[in-house]
Design a protein around this ligand. Structure first.
Ligand SMILES: [Zn+2]
Length: 259
C-alpha cells in the first residue's frame, strides 16, 4: 500500500471544535489550498506538541497528512501569533468577525491567495488600532473584490451611463450603483450618498493599511457599515453571527446616555 500523501501549508486558524476524547476539528484558511477542515490528533492533551499552535487567529505553518475523510495535522509551527490582538476583547471580536466571513466566502479545494493575504493584512490593521472600524469596512469591500463580487462603482449597472458626482442608489443584488432614473424590478435599492461612493472608490484603489488612515464622521461610518454589511450578508446568504456580538460590545463601551 502506498504511504499516505503529505503536504505543507501556511494557514490562518479560523476556529475549532472538540472531536472525540482528545482531538480537535480545526477549520483553517490556507494560502495555497483554500479552506481546510483537518484533525489535530490528541491536540487537547496538555502534553501534545500541537498545544498553543492551533488557536483561532494564529498564522501557522503545518505539515499535513491526507486522511480518508479529513486531513490530519502532523506538525505545526506558529508564524504570526497576533499576541497583542488576543489581549484585547474588541480586537478579538473583530478578528472572529473576519474569521466568520472568510469561513463563509472561502471554498474548500479552491485556492484564493488574495483572500488569505487580505485576512492577515486586516488582522494587522485591527491589532494596530482596535478602536477603529475602518479595517472591517475595508475588509468587507475587498472581500467582495477578491471573491469576484466587486460592486460596480463607476457606471450605472442598468443603463451603463457613467455616474456623475452626485447622490446615487446602490443595490447589493444587481451588482452595485444605479443612477436615479433606472429602477430594475428585482433591485433591493438603497440610497448612496456621494461621500459614501467616494470612500468606496478610495477602497478600490487603496490597500487595507492605506484605507485605515482615512478618518470619517459617524454618519458616514454608519452608512458604509450598513451598506457593506448588507451586501456581504446578501452574498453570504445568512446572518453574520459575530456581528450581533460586535454590536453588543459597541453598546457596552458607550456611555449610558447613548444607549
Ligand atoms: Zn441608469
Amino acid at each position: 500500500m502506498a504511504p499516505p500523501k503529505t503536504y505543507r501549508c501556511e494557514a490562518i486558524i479560523l476556529g475549532y471544535s472538540p472531536l472525540g476524547e482528545a482531538d480537535l476539528l480545526v477549520t483553517m484558511y490556507a494560502r495555497e489550498q483554500g479552506k481546510i477542515r483537518a484533525v489535530g490528533k490528541g491536540a487537547r492533551r496538555s502534553t501534545s506538541k500541537l498545544v498553543g499552535h492551533l488557536e483561532p487567529l494564529t498564522v501557522v505553518r503545518m505539515s499535513m497528512v491526507n486522511g480518508r475523510s479529513m486531513d490530519i495535522i502532523s506538525q505545526a509551527e506558529v508564524v504570526e501569533s497576533f499576541a497583542a490582538l488576543k489581549e484585547d476583547l474588541t480586537a478579538i471580536s473583530k478578528g472572529l468577525y473576519l474569521s466568520e466571513l472568510v469561513d463563509g466566502f472561502g471554498s474548500e479545494d479552491i485556492a484564493n491567495p488574495p483572500l488569505f493575504q487580505l485576512m492577515i493584512q486586516t488582522l494587522r490593521a485591527v491589532q494596530a488600532d482596535s478602536a477603529s472600524d475602518m479595517p472591517l469596512r475595508a475588509f468587507e469591500f475587498h472581500l467582495l473584490q477578491v471573491s469576484g463580487l466587486m460592486p460596480e462603482l463607476y457606471h450605472c449597472v442598468e443603463c451603463r451611463q457613467e455616474l456623475e458626482p452626485n447622490a446615487h442608489r446602490f443595490s447589493p443584488n444587481v451588482g452595485g450603483t444605479l443612477c436615479l432614473e433606472c429602477n430594475p424590478d428585482d433591485a433591493h435599492l438603497r440610497p448612496l450618498s456621494l461621500r459614501a461612493l467616494k470612500v468606496l472608490r478610495l477602497f478600490d484603489r487603496s490597500s487595507i493599511a492605506e484605507a485605515c488612515k482615512l478618518s470619517i464622521d459617524d454618519g458616514l461610518a454608519d452608512e458604509l457599515k450598513s451598506l457593506l454589511s448588507t451586501t456581504v450578508g446578501y452574498w453570504l446568504g445568512k446572518e453574520i453571527r459575530s456581528n450581533s456580538f460586535l454590536e453588543r460590545l459597541h453598546k457596552e463601551s458607550l456611555p449610558e446616555v447613548y444607549i
